[in-house]
Design a protein around this ligand. Structure first.
Ligand code: R5P
Length: 293
């Protein structure tokens, strides 16, 4: 028999206190279902609304590029500094510790290698497997203006439909092919198309001129890719400018894992994204950490 001797008889229904419901803070995401918002909260820090995503999915079309030859050796030690890992299911199952409890953005499109036409991608992961892996988002490449533009958009919209069914966000990744111009006009077009067609958040490249118009005209959060390796000071400046101009974070790969000091670099990026460090402060922080002082 249950022990009911100590049951408290008094109740306080807080009759004068209206029920609280905190608005979901992420841009354009207030109307999403609870599971979707909960997954987004694993990607974007609830404290700052921003994210440092560590992108290591390059192998899905490039093979073992510089810095990713041994992900267990070079990337796993960086996981503690990232808000989210962006990777393939191969790397997730084979190399990523299941004790990693932050966000996972799973690469779910693929097909062609660097030897072929890159825009000819298909959906490469069943959503059932994405759910089995307990990921926080599905990332799909969208090639606006590319040879297989419609097919890549269709890949994304199918994933959006499936994601909405199960509460799994979709990251639309705007791909800039060799022939496409990387300017604000193109980025506004590509990011807006992704958002209009249902991407939960969008990844694009930073452009030096007019990036604030890209973030302003995209109704959902934007994160920037790092792009090709630059000197650390330049990459930190790019991250700073992107954040100041409305980006909700970075999804950075080569500028972290190809840095001379990847652990110092990802922490310096984190200072810019989450703590508003200026490029100079962040670079000094990077230098101090990388020199061991
Ligand atoms: C490349 O297609 C992958 O999606 C990467 O995740 C993306 O380009 C970000 O990596 P990086 O900062 O090296 O450009």
């Amino acid at each position: 028999m249950a022990d009911t001797d100590d049951l408290k008889e008094t109740h306080d229904y807080h009759l004068t206190v209206p029920q609280q419901a905190e608005p979901f803070p992420l841009k354009g995401c207030h109307a999403l279902d609870w599971g979707m918002q909960n997954r987004l909260s694993k990607i974007f820090s609830p404290a700052t609304g921003r994210t440092v995503m560590l992108a290591v999915d390059h192998g899905y079309f490039m093979g073992p590029t510089t810095g990713l030859e041994r992900i267990d050796v070079t990337i796993n030690p960086l996981l503690k500094f990232a808000d989210t890992l962006m990777c393939t299911r191969g790397v997730l199952r084979a190399l990523t510790p299941a004790t990693f409890t932050k966000g996972i953005s799973l690469r779910v499109s693929g097909g062609p290698s660097i030897l072929k036409e890159l825009s000819d991608e298909r959906i490469a992961v069943d959503i059932e497997d994405a759910l089995r892996l307990n990921v926080s988002a599905m990332a799909v490449q969208v090639f606006i203006g590319g040879e297989h533009e419609t097919q890549s958009v269709h890949n994304m919209t199918r994933l959006v439909d499936q994601g909405l069914r199960y509460g799994l966000p979709v990251l639309g990744v705007t791909a800039v092919g060799k022939e496409l111009t990387r300017d604000a006009k193109y980025m506004r077009l590509a990011t807006r198309i992704c958002a209009e067609l249902g991407a939960t958040f969008v990844k694009t490249y930073y452009v030096a001129k007019g990036f604030e118009t890209v973030t302003a005209s995209c109704p959902v959060p934007i994160v920037i890719a790092g792009g090709k390796k630059q000197p650390e000071a330049d990459a930190l400046t790019m991250a700073y400018q992107a954040i100041q101009q409305g980006a909700a974070g970075v999804d950075m790969g080569r500028n972290i894992f190809q840095s001379n000091a990847p652990a110092a670099m990802i922490q310096a990026v984190g200072k810019v994204v989450h703590e508003g460090f200026t490029p100079r402060e962040a670079y000094e922080f990077y230098q101090d950490l990388s020199s061991g002082s």
